[in-house]
Write a protein that binds this ligand. Structure first.
Ligand SMILES: [Ca+2]
Length: 274
């Protein structure tokens, strides 16, 4: 993406971030989990072993810790799942959080299908929403950056879920899962997943961004056009006027010939003075 568009996008993101009301507790736009020491309330519930923090090898290199999730493909620990009921629960809607981005690395033998999910309760059968399309994470020993949008176009309801805005207003559990299908629990697999820099975002909606860019384009166009408009005004008959005798006077303050004073002629004809 050209640098100018990256800057415009960043400005638009900042604007959307600052404009949104923040009325209730819950995630905060810009909050980020970097795993410098603890697992930051990410777990996968008993009896499966919790995710662990690996102190080195994150996206920033040797000294960068990250969260590692392990699954064995069977039983309670069979799925690549991590969930959070603390800083990633609550009112996403009022907070203006409509997306989550993160860094991901596949430590397993097969491509992973990573989705985020939000549940309206903490029971295993609680309904919720999950990414409609997974982020495909290849086996290439590299970190990849993924953005998950939390809107109707990018989430699929699972179970007896309430309307999306209702669910986003009261998230009980936020999940990161590997799943080839749109479900809330993931698929059994023997694999390992690295996660880092989980961040809450306020991404401008396409219409908002389009309006912003359109307005900017008009301003640039008008600024470029301004000198020629000014020149046209100065040379045109718009500066002509009628004197006390209803005679056409040019901007040089002399009587105009008809060829010079099209504006006066129009005014005179309109006012019955021509
Ligand atoms: Ca980190």
């Amino acid at each position: 993406m050209p640098s100018i568009f990256r800057r415009l996008f960043a400005i638009a993101v900042f604007g959307a971030t600052m404009s949104g009301p923040r009325l209730c507790a819950g995630p905060i736009v810009g909050q980020i989990d970097t795993f410098t020491g603890s697992a930051q309330n990410w777990t996968n519930g008993a009896p499966a072993a919790d995710p662990v923090v690996v102190s080195a090898g994150g996206p920033a290199g040797a000294g960068d810790g990250f969260l590692q999730i392990t699954a064995d493909g069977a039983g309670a620990a069979g799925r690549l799942v991590a969930f959070n009921r603390a800083q990633w629960s609550g009112d996403f809607l009022s907070a203006g959080v409509n997306a989550v981005d993160m860094d991901l690395k596949n430590f397993g033998p097969t491509t992973l299908s990573i989705r985020v999910a939000l549940k309206t309760g903490t029971a295993q059968t609680s309904p919720g929403f999950v990414s409609a399309t997974p982020f495909l994470l290849p086996v290439d020993n590299l970190w990849h950056h993924a953005l998950f949008l939390l809107d109707a176009a990018n989430l699929t309801a699972v179970g007896a879920a309430p309307p999306l805005n209702t669910a986003l207003s009261s998230v009980a559990e936020f999940r990161i899962i590997n799943s080839s299908t749109a479900n809330l629990n993931g698929n059994p697999i023997a694999s390992q997943l690295g996660v880092d820099n989980i961040r809450a975002d306020a991404v401008p909606e396409p219409v908002t961004l389009l309006c912003f860019l359109s307005g900017l384009a008009v301003m640039v166009w008008f600024k470029r056009l301004a000198p020629s408009i000014d020149s046209t005004l100065k040379s045109s008959s718009i500066l002509e006027r009628l004197d006390a005798n209803c005679s056409c006077i040019s901007r040089r303050n002399i009587l105009c010939s008809s060829a010079e004073c099209s504006g006066c002629q129009w005014n005179s004809a309109r006012d019955g003075n021509g």
